[in-house]
Design a protein around this ligand. Structure first.
Ligand SMILES: NC(=O)C1=CN([C@@H]2O[C@H](COP(=O)(O)OP(=O)(O)OC[C@H]3O[C@@H](n4cnc5c(N)ncnc54)[C@H](O)[C@@H]3O)[C@@H](O)[C@H]2O)C=CC1
Ligand SMILES: O=CCc1c[nH]c2ccccc12
Length: 296
C-alpha cells in the first residue's frame, strides 16, 4: 500500500510539551495474560506498520507485557526519536516506580519515555499513598526519565488528592471514552484543571456497542464525510480536544483512520452523537471496579 503521510496535529499539554492527536495501542489486541518472555511477532509487525503509516504516538504499558515488542518495532521503523511520542504505564510494580520505569525503558530500548502514567488508581484508596506516589512520579520527570507524567482511569476525587500537594500537575488522564461512556463530569473537571484527556476504547460504539442507538447518526455522518463510522468516532473525540488511542492489525483500517484529519464535525453533529450515545451505557474495561450503572 502506498504510504501517504497525513500530518497529525498535536495537542499542547499543561507542561509545555505536545502530544500527537491519535495514538496507536499495543494493549488490548496484544495483551499477554501469561508469560511475557515469548515475543509476539504479530505485535511487532502491527506496531511497525503503524509507525510506517505515521502513527508516531505509541501507547504501551508494563501490564500488556508487550514493551519489548514495541521497542523492537520502534527500532526497526527507523523513525528518529525526536519524532516519536512513546507512552508507558505502571500498574504492577507500584512499590518502586523508579525500577518499574527503568525496566520499561530497557524493554523499549529508550532512555526516556514521553509520557509515564500510573495505569490505575486502584492500587490504594488512601489519599496519602496517592500523594506519595505522585511525588515519586515528579522525581522521575525531574530525572529526565519521562518528559511528562500523568494518570489513567482516575476520577475527580483521586485527581483532587494529587492536585492538593502536586508541584507538577498530571498532564493527562487516559480513560475509557466513547459515545456510550461520555463522562461529562470528568471531562468538565479535566478542562477546569488543565488536564488533557486521552480516550481508550474510542471505537466502542462501532465495535462492542454496534447495533446501539448511535448507529444511525454515526452511519449518516460517515456517508456525509465519505468515511466509515470508525473515523466519525475518532473525529468525535478529536473535535472535543480528546486524544483517541486506537489499534488495529489491518493496514487498510489504520490508513483509513488517518482520514479523520481531513474533516471536522460541526458542534451540532457532536451534539447529535452525544444525544444518541447517551441513550446507552457501555463500559468495556475495569468493569470489576465499577457498579454496572456507574457512568462516572
Ligand atoms: N489505560 C487503560 O486502562 C487502557 C488503555 N487502552 C489502550 O488503548 C488502546 C486501544 O484500545 P481499544 O479498546 O482496543 O481501542 P478501539 O476502541 O480503538 O478498538 C480497537 C479494536 O477495534 C477493532 N476494530 C477496529 N475497527 C473496527 C471495525 N470497523 N469493526 C469492527 N472492529 C473494529 C480492532 O480490530 C481493534 O481490536 C489499547 O491498545 C491500549 O493501548 C485500552 C484499554 C484500557
Ligand atoms: O490498559 C488496559 C487495561 C485493561 C483492562 N482490561 C483489559 C483487558 C484486556 C487488555 C487490557 C485491559
Amino acid at each position: 500500500m502506498a504510504k501517504i503521510h497525513t500530518p497529525i496535529p498535536n495537542l499542547k499539554l499543561n507542561d509545555g510539551t505536545s502530544i500527537p492527536m491519535i495514538g496507536y495501542g499495543t494493549g488490548t489486541a496484544w495483551y499477554k495474560s501469561g508469560e511475557e518472555s515469548k515475543l509476539d511477532q504479530t505485535c511487532i509487525d502491527a506496531a511497525k506498520m503503524s509507525l510506517d503509516l505515521g502513527y508516531y504516538h505509541q501507547d504501551g504499558a508494563e501490564m500488556y507485557k508487550t514493551e519489548t515488542e514495541l521497542g523492537t518495532a520502534i527500532k526497526s521503523s527507523g523513525v528518529p526519536r525526536e519524532k516519536l511520542f512513546v507512552t508507558t504505564k505502571v500498574l504492577r510494580n507500584m512499590t518502586d516506580l523508579s525500577s518499574a520505569l527503568k525496566t520499561s525503558l530497557k524493554k523499549l530500548q529508550l532512555d526516556h519515555v514521553d509520557l509515564f502514567l500510573i495505569h490505575s488508581p486502584f492500587f490504594s484508596d488512601k489519599k496519602e499513598e496517592h500523594q506519595e506516589k505522585w511525588k515519586q512520579m515528579e522525581e522521575l520527570k525531574a530525572q529526565g526519565l519521562c518528559k511528562s507524567i500523568g494518570v489513567s482511569n482516575y476520577l475527580p476525587e483521586q485527581l483532587d488528592w494529587i492536585l492538593e500537594n502536586a508541584t507538577v500537575p498530571p498532564a493527562i488522564n487516559q480513560v475509557e471514552f466513547h459515545p456510550y461512556l461520555q463522562r461529562e463530569e470528568l471531562i468538565k473537571y479535566h478542562k477546569a484543571k488543565g488536564i488533557a484527556t486521552a480516550a481508550y476504547g474510542p471505537l466502542s460504539a462501532v465495535t462492542k456497542g454496534a447495533g446501539g442507538p448511535a448507529d444511525d447518526v454515526l452511519n449518516a455522518l460517515a456517508r456525509k464525510y465519505a468515511v466509515s463510522p470508525a473515523e466519525i468516532s475518532l473525529r468525535w473525540c478529536i473535535d472535543q480536544d480528546i486524544v483517541p488511542i486506537t489499534t488495529s492489525s489491518k493496514e487498510q483500517r489504520l490508513s483509513d483512520y488517518l482520514l479523520t484529519f481531513r474533516f471536522k464535525l460541526t458542534p451540532a453533529e457532536i451534539k447529535e452523537i452525544n444525544e444518541a450515545g447517551s441513550k446507552k451505557h457501555l463500559r468495556g474495561f475495569w468493569t470489576h471496579k465499577f457498579d454496572e450503572n456507574d457512568r462516572r
